[in-house]
Design a protein around this ligand. Structure first.
Ligand code: FAD
Length: 181
């Protein structure tokens, strides 16, 4: 990573977790090359390092659904673009409901997701059992299946975003703690 720190920049991003790396990547993609990301330790050394890497598109609000779909689509392409192995595998996900209220909630989220072109389908407890025989479905009242949900390596996703930002001219500096804004 670059060690010299510019004295000024159009935007300074504090923190090299997945959020900071994503902001750098997207600003650079918009043509903002005069940007600097400062990370106090190493990239991904914060919460991002601990994440399980589940990429789920079933969300409670329109904006979160759009963001989750956009992220899932981006992570599928990111490895080819940056040559950083992201470990993204679209193995699909099943969400089950044990009460009628929860069933209505996940069905509502599924309709919302469908409106944003997320591949999602309501499935019966029997279909859940067929897809995942280890699950006891005796108290399951409803479920949804998202075939394009998946799992990735969160640290490498952040690394790939940082590389994509640097490829477009952004400066990424590690071991610099921001002490004042
Ligand atoms: C156990 C666990 C499992 C999780 N599983 C999932 C999951 O499956 N799916 C999912 O979507 N989310 C999951 N999450 C949530 C996800 O990890 C976080 O939402 C995400 O990593 C937050 O990223 P961030 O960039 O905002 O924060 P961070 O990754 O914490 O990044 C912040 C960065 O800022 C740096 N920093 C802080 N202060 C300064 C400073 N003064 N100067 C310079 N740098 C500074 C830190 O060193 C750090 O690198 C999980 C979280 C945990 C803990």
């Amino acid at each position: 990573m670059t060690r010299s720190i510019p004295t000024k920049a159009r935007a300074v991003i504090i923190g090299g977790g997945v959020s900071g790396c994503s902001v750098a990547y997207h600003l650079a993609k918009l043509g903002w090359t005069d940007i600097v990301l400062l990370e106090r330790k190493q990239l991904t050394s914060g919460t991002t390092w601990h994440a399980a890497g589940l990429i789920g598109q079933l969300r409670g609000s329109q904006n979160m659904t759009r963001l989750a779909k956009y992220s899932a689509d981006l992570y599928v392409k990111l490895e080819a673009e940056t040559e950083v192995g992201t470990g993204m595998r679209q193995v699909g996900s099943i969400t089950v409901a044990l009460t009628e209220e929860r069933k209505h909630e996940i069905y509502r989220q599924a309709s919302l997701a469908r409106a944003f072109d997320v591949d999602v389908r309501e499935i019966s407890p029997g279909e859940v059992k067929e897809m995942y025989p280890h699950l006891n479905v005796s108290d399951v009242v409803g479920a949804v299946h998202l075939p394009l949900d998946g799992q990735c390596d969160p640290a490498n996703i952040a690394m790939a975003l940082a590389k994509g930002a640097r490829q477009r001219g952004a400066t990424v500096v590690e071991n610099v703690k921001v002490t004042k804004v």
